[in-house]
Design a protein around this ligand. Sequence first.
Ligand code: TRP
Length: 383
Amino acid sequence: MLMAVRKPLFTPWGVEGEIDYDRIIKEFGLEIISDELLSKLSKLAKGLHPLLERKVFFTHRDLPWLLSKIASGEKFFLYTGRGPSEKTHLGHLIPWIVTKWFQEKFKAPLIFQFTDDEKFLFKQDLSLDKVKSLALDNALDVIALGFDEKLTFFLFDTMHADLLYPQALRIAKKVTFNTVKAVFGLNQSSNIGQIFFTSMQAVPAFLPSVILGKNIPCLIPMGLDQDPHFRIARDVLPRLGFYKPACMHSRMLKGLTGSAKMSASKSPNDVLFLDDSLQVAERKIKNAFTGGRETAAVQRSKGGRPEICSIFNYFQYFFASDEELSIIESECRKGLRLCGDCKKQLIEKVLKFLEQHQKAKERAREKLERFFFSSECLRKVLS
Ligand code: TRP
């Protein structure tokens, strides 16, 4: 089941070129989130988030099982995380926004893991001090989004090692080097921390079950690139007597320069950082890759191509109501609207969002410690 024949096509640490979603679904063995499943969720939650409705979250593992647990009144918890290799950018928010929606709808606790260890091990140029301070900075962005402080539990891998390490050992003992080579494309010259790392990312998926002394269902919303970790975790956990976590995957946000996954390692102009000044954000959007044509005249006669446009991608994922989105799309395809119109509209929305976020982040500083993991508080909300 965990065998891969060639170099894996998509791993947490390398997304190259175009993303062939259909092929990934097949090779990873993912289930599509069907309309029927969405309507079940919508009944339980009394509504759907646009990121779910628009199929930005598009695949899952065991979601029907999780929904049946919710329907029967069983408590569950959410788990997601962040590898602090840089400042937070808009692409990172997709799973967080949906996670927050689940938290609000179901009053579910959330474990949020900051894998500073991971980024130290995988990024040559990052020191331990740097990843630790990035983790704290990224945590402020998470708080600024408005997660419930009573229901949200931050785990920082190096700070909470006493809690995580013994559980990670249990995973590590059941994962072979062959498996991590096949699943992640690691090899003979990978450093030994990298080989161990996936066992740290598995821990929050069952830590509450350890703390409560009984199995508690877990739902993990994530970017698709994180699935390989949970393929391994889902393979190992039943062998330790725990539930497999349910998973939901989002598509990756396109980069502003036209890359398939927004990433600052390609170019700072590819991403919108949440800390970007309003002037910088405006400049990046003005220079963004669009689905426009060579000249305005050609665009007016042929129409634009929203499907390849990074600006349209932003409207779709964050910044347009259903109504706005359908107007933007049809005007674009008909050649009635040019890229400048879209950029102007997006800039307005993005600047408003950034301004509000940056203020909320300032206020987040004083709340930070209230979000740190506490077994006692977790036990209370889950029992
Ligand atoms: N490895 C993830 C990253 O690089 C961070 C992470 C840890 C995570 N645990 C997670 C992401 C659970 C999604 C779900 O960003």
